[in-house]
Write a protein that binds this ligand. Sequence first.
Ligand code: CA
Length: 364
Amino acid sequence: MDRKDFVKRSAVAVLGTLMLTGCDTEKKKPEQQIDLSKKYNWKMVTTWPPNFPVLGEACQLFADWVHQMSLGQITIKVYGAGELIPALEVFDAVSSGAAEMGNGAAYYWAGKSPAAQFFASVPFGMNAQQMNAWIYRGGGLELWQELYAKFGLIAFPAGNTTVQMGGWFNKEINNIEDFKGLKMRIPGLGGKVLAKAGGTAVLSSGNEIYTNLERGVIDATEWIGPYHDYVMGFHKIAKYYYAPGWHEPGSVLENMFNMKEYNSLPDHLKVILETASARMNLWVISEFEAKNNEYLNKIKEEKSVEIRKFSPEVLAKLRTYTEEVLNELAAQDEFTNKVYQSFTSFAKNIRNWASYSEKAYHEM
Ligand code: CA
């Protein structure tokens, strides 16, 4: 839109307001009849342990908001991982209709399509604000829906971890060679990048990580950010806490709905589910920012761990390896390449804007 268009549109808007005022006395369309007596009892399966801080809490808040907004029409019972089904069966359970909805993160479903990872986070990808811009306003959501429709699902963003931490290390990382032989718990694409740097990505479930790090089974681990990491107690056994989480710069959490169930709802309930998902997105981001800030200070106060930043040289090398990993990923199939192209071109442009906005502001 240029100046001429803007002036023209503003004029039309003013005219529209006058006309609306003039129409006030005209006969209005009859209200859509809504059958409020129709109730929906839904199950929400999640990839998080029951009542998991922030992520699990947000699922319960979502259920509460939907119940309130729908005047009690939709009741959602939230199930933590393992309560009804294991964490990694959420996608299939919602796809088959065994549960009406689920909450997780799209990179867990890389086995269904490599493209799914772009709707959660990829190393050196975009931060929370930029992911929202791509998903809501840059074509990301349309691609996400296109992918999930193949599995009978509809997805909406429902949170973001914000920039994670780089992880807990028992040896210094001064240059890229320090990753050689390093055994680190780091899942997904981050693990593939580590392998290119000569390290080994080790799989450990959440409850094994602490003892594995303590006993030297692994030399390092990433988890989330200061809040969750503090709760896990890593600051008691690791020497160094490195920033930033280059491997997860803004992991999107998702609400997924069984498409048949979702489409069977009257329009106002669909709007409620989408709107409550957006509120959940905002709540999760805000909670992460507030809590990570508070717990980073707690970790600092305990003085048992040294908090460091990876050097620009180390990050530049990791970025080069990431480009290789993402190129290999995009080559896997046509749809993944389409998502990769959309993601990377949006990321490039928004980074340019950020250099004049967020980045310039933070550097003041
Ligand atoms: Ca992580």
